[in-house]
Design a protein around this ligand. Structure first.
Ligand code: GRG
Length: 288
């Protein structure tokens, strides 16, 4: 997808300048904070945020700092998720994980630092309307916090007993869906969407998030480690209940197709956006 590559490259060239004034003077810690960000990744959340900003007519620089902020939060969650006390993974985004390179204590501080940087980035956004800036910040930190992504991670690692599909839906909606939904909603907030527009953007994000997690589960079974840049088979190793284990591989694929149709329906309500439509289909057919 050429447009996706273009938007990813635009993000890659924008975020370093936004981060620079906020980095510590200590070069060793500054380098460590940048390490997992520089490793790359799809940049899905910043791209969604900016795309929704555009859908609602936004065209200033104000969304850029929020795009960098959400990527910092996502990246910190990956750094912490990979720690020995959590998923204990040695490879992420095709690179050795932060704790493998710098040790566990530094990796914890990388995650902590990225989380705080996200607050400073959001505060630094040149949003002309302070109410919008606060609403966008509330959305970001609620979604990523202890009623959102962190709660999802807590419930996931607690892993008590058998999990039903409803349990999985709840955990994934928090762990994966909340931040994806927030990306879409923040773009809509900054773009000046009406309440109805905000709800549609959120509904799209929730649906995409559900489908995205099911694809992630399928890739953990049948994906290619080299293409994914992270180990496959970790769900099996950790004996995790996932959508493919509950629904079967074909059942999980069908669920992805149904959710894709639903997500496209939400976009249609917004008047359609060729980039987001293509991105939706592409993401759900992805191999990385
Ligand atoms: C440690 C508080 C805390 C939370 C961790 C996001 C998360 C919660 C854990 C990561 C493990 C995981 C597989 C989560 C599911 C969400 C997901 C598919 C993350 C990977 O996101 P991508 O595919 O990654 O967008 P890139 O590297 O492309 O940015």
């Amino acid at each position: 997808m050429r447009e996706l590559t273009k938007r990813r490259e635009a993000f890659e060239s924008a975020y370093p300048a936004l981060l620079k004034p906020l980095l510590p003077a200590d070069p060793a810690y500054a380098d460590r904070l940048l390490y997992p960000l520089r490793a790359g990744g799809k940049r899905l959340r910043p791209i969604l945020l900016k795309a929704f900003y555009g859908v609602f007519g936004g065209e200033g620089p104000e969304a850029d700092a929020f795009a960098a902020a959400i990527e910092c939060i996502h990246t910190y969650s990956l750094v912490h998720d990979d720690l020995p006390a959590m998923d204990d993974d040695a490879l992420r985004r095709g690179q050795p994980t932060s704790h493998v390179v710098y040790g566990e204590a530094d990796a914890i501080l990388i995650g902590d630092g990225l989380l705080n940087l996200s607050v400073e980035l959001a505060l630094s956004a040149p949003v002309p309307d302070a109410t919008r800036q606060l609403a966008a910040m509330e959305t970001l930190f609620r979604a990523s916090g202890s009623r959102g992504m962190i709660l999802g991670q807590f419930l996931d690692i607690r892993g008590e007993g058998e999990r039903s599909e409803a349990d999985l839906d709840r955990i994934n909606a928090l762990k994966t869906g909340a931040l994806i939904e927030a990306a879409c909603r923040i773009g809509a907030i900054l773009g000046g969407a009406t309440e109805e527009g905000l709800e549609t953007a959120s509904a799209y994000g929730r649906t995409l998030g559900r489908a995205f997690q099911i694809v992630d589960d399928l890739l953990d079974i049948a994906g290619d480690e080299k293409v994914l840049g992270k180990p496959v088979g970790s769900d099996l190793k950790n004996e995790k209940t996932t959508y493919p284990t509950l629904l079967g591989i074909e059942g999980a694929r069908q669920r992805v197709r149904d959710l894709t149709t639903e997500a496209l329906g939400h976009l249609e309500k917004l008047g359609g956006d060729p980039f987001l439509e293509e991105l939706t289909v592409y993401l759900l057919e992805r191999d990385a």
